[in-house]
Design a binder for this molecule. Sequence first.
Ligand code: SF4
Length: 332
Amino acid sequence: MLNFTSKLMAKRVFSGFRPTGKQHIGNYLGAIQNCISLQNDYDCIYCVVDIHALTTLENTERLQEDIYEMAIDWLAAGIDPQKSIIFVQSHVPQVMELHTIFSMVTPLSWLLRVPTFKEKVKMQPHNVNYGLVGYPVLMTADIALYKGEIVPVGEDQLPHLELAREIVRRFNSLFGNAFPEPQAKLTSFPLILGLDGVQKMSKSFNNYIEIAASPQGISERVMTAFTDPERKYRSDPGHPDMCNIFCLHKFFTPTRVEEIASECRTAGIGCVDCKKMLAQSISSTLEPFRERRAIIASKPNYVAEVLADGATRAEAIAKDTMKEVKEKMGLL
Ligand code: SF4
């Protein structure tokens, strides 16, 4: 078993992520970087929420591959299993048990008013399953099972966390204090637009660059990107603030941002050269990541061992929590 270097008196962070396969630059600059920085100051539990994925997935053929690819990207990017627990939600079955218990203390009216439930109903009217409405209850169970105190969230997820706090509060008032009310750690993830320059970078919109892509693959993807829509000819002065390539330069070519902006505004640089420069910057920034990924991939069982070890450590916490819950409820 791997060692877990617990930070004395550190608060516990819980964060769950759907298994989305190979990660893209938007994931890397947002959630992954945030997870890496938190693990130095908190006891972090990072969970691949495969059960949540079932609420929208109708075909699970790729599920195991997506979990593996996501986990290997996280590990190669710097999520450290010596510092954090990383595991798969369904590998610790107590979460289903706590979900059922929480479902008995959660008024249905609380769930029916959740805006994302209404959105999901519109998105998949042919598959309005029970899991969609119970999603916030399962999310609460995820956090509470590990007595998560802090949950990193974007502003759009605050209503979900408030609901989790209400469910926990209700349980505590009915059966006695068992759970901390999780606090939001507001995180302003940078908005990374996709290659279309319009939508957020996402696999759903096929507008992404995978962080595991080869230099050639990165270059091919970058060359397809939309740029300043008002710059039609090479001689036209550009508007870097209207261009997503420029936005990506801010992250990947930070030392030359002023120069690129100025060259763009004076038509000193063309979009093709500007894209080539960006592809080179992304590629060199991610080179250490690709090297670590290749090393991890060469050890056939490494990812499975990390996830199994994470599940063992998570389950030890989960068992204690469920014992306490059952005792408080008179089930034991
Ligand atoms: Fe965008 Fe670069 Fe073209 Fe300017 S030169 S519009 S920043 S791609």
